[in-house]
Design a protein around this ligand. Structure first.
Ligand SMILES: *Cc1c(COP(=O)(O)O)cnc(C)c1O
Length: 365
């Protein structure tokens, strides 16, 4: 293939629509600090995510890092190593010890059966991740958290707009973090949010992202700066209007992959969970056996100018600076060595999907 195909391609609204959206700023000269676009995006997201409070942030990472700080968590947090580095780093940067729990092979999310044995008197919270938009075992996690009086913050960076058993994903746990990075299903260029039902938590999140300043003449908290600008919020407003199109395009691509790659001996492909209204964020393939080797398949694709990604490899507990502890979570370690996430975006041509599948199927050692 001559044109480079990346694992994803940023979804953009028509340029005229964005220009229209930002034009009022040339009248108001109000381009950040919770202006009109920011207020409107928060309102639209509250409706879309069916939740009482949405706090916008500069990016998803700061949303999570600040949610942990706002909840005053301490000691240890039980989490997954099968995630983007951000999840683990948000914990460590709050001077909290991440305690790694292994994952389920099917969904790649926290194995709820292994959480309780990791709880100590120091444990303050659980931070699970809805990996690839696969929804965690929310019922069991809620039961454990209640029983042991732990907070739950979901890293829902992959799960924007999804619902499980008819309930929006933002409604699980004490809070959820969403990322609106350019590579995600819904983007504001850079951006993120924390959703919660608790008014007090929402106020604290607001102070944290705005220097601890609730209004004029008062400072209530040693907060930092993680505000979303009006230009970013405007991009969000445009992209939100096109979200259903984006999701439909992704679904088409995923279904083509599933058609081409099911029943290939040695490959295990992503399956939609029952009772989940999916956003089709990622299409991971696990190369398990039968002469397939993940690294070899990735190299073969590269030779054809196709750049799939090893999401998630390496595990966040299995790198040099963190002491290479991957063997403590053997299921996650195995998955990280088998996985390749194939290119997926709304307008990826189905003929290209067919070509990618052809290369994958024929990439045995
Ligand atoms: C993208 C992502 C983040 C970080 O979000 P940013 O908006 O890029 O800061 C955190 N966790 C997961 C699982 C992600 O995929």
């Amino acid at each position: 293939m001559t044109d480079r195909i990346n694992v994803t391609k940023t979804s953009l609204p028509p340029m005229e629509e964005y220009i229209q959206e930002i034009s009022s700023m040339w009248e108001s000269h109000w381009i950040t600090n919770m202006g009109e676009k920011h207020i409107e995006l928060e309102k639209k997201l509250k409706e879309y995510l069916d939740i009482d409070h949405v706090t916008l942030f500069t990016n998803g990472h700061l949303a999570l890092e600040n949610a942990i700080a706002a909840m005053d968590l301490k000691g240890e947090i039980i989490t997954t190593p099968y995630t983007f580095a951000s999840t683990t780093h948000a914990i460590i940067r709050n001077n909290i010890k991440p305690v790694f729990c292994d994952v389920e092979p099917d969904t790649c999310t926290l194995d709820a059966n292994k959480i309780e044995e990791l709880i100590t008197p120091e444990t303050s919270a659980i931070i699970p991740v809805h990996v690839y938009g696969n929804i965690c075992n929310v019922e069991e996690i809620e039961r454990i958290a209640k029983k042991h009086n732990l907070k739950v913050i979901y890293d829902a960076a992959h799960a924007f707009g999804e619902s499980y058993k008819g309930k929006n994903v933002s409604r699980f746990g004490d809070a959820s973090m969403f990322s609106f990075h350019a590579t995600k299903v819904f983007n504001t260029v850079e951006g993120g949010a924390v959703t919660c039902a608790d008014q007090e938590l929402q106020s604290k999140l607001y102070y944290i992202k705005n220097f601890g300043i609730p209004g004029e003449d008062r400072i209530v908290f040693p907060g930092g700066n993680a505000k979303m600008s009006e230009f970013h919020a405007a991009m969000g407003l445009c992209n939100l209007r096109h979200l259903e199109e984006y999701k439909a395009g992704r679904k088409n691509v995923v279904e083509r992959y599933q058609k081409n790659l099911s029943n290939i001996d040695g490959l295990r492909i992503w399956k939609k969970q029952a009772e989940v209204d999916s956003n089709y964020a990622y299409f991971p393939v696990f190369f398990e056996s039968n002469g397939y080797d993940r690294n070899h398949v990735a190299d073969q694709l590269k030779e054809h100018n196709i750049f799939a990604r090893k999401y998630f490899y390496p595990l966040t507990n299995n790198n040099e600076w963190f002491g290479n502890h991957g063997s403590e979570t053997p299921v996650a370690l195995r998955l990280s060595e088998q996985v390749l996430t194939l290119p997926l975006y709304p307008d990826l041509p189905l003929e290209t999907v067919d070509e990618i599948c052809d290369i994958v199927i024929h990439s045995k050692l």
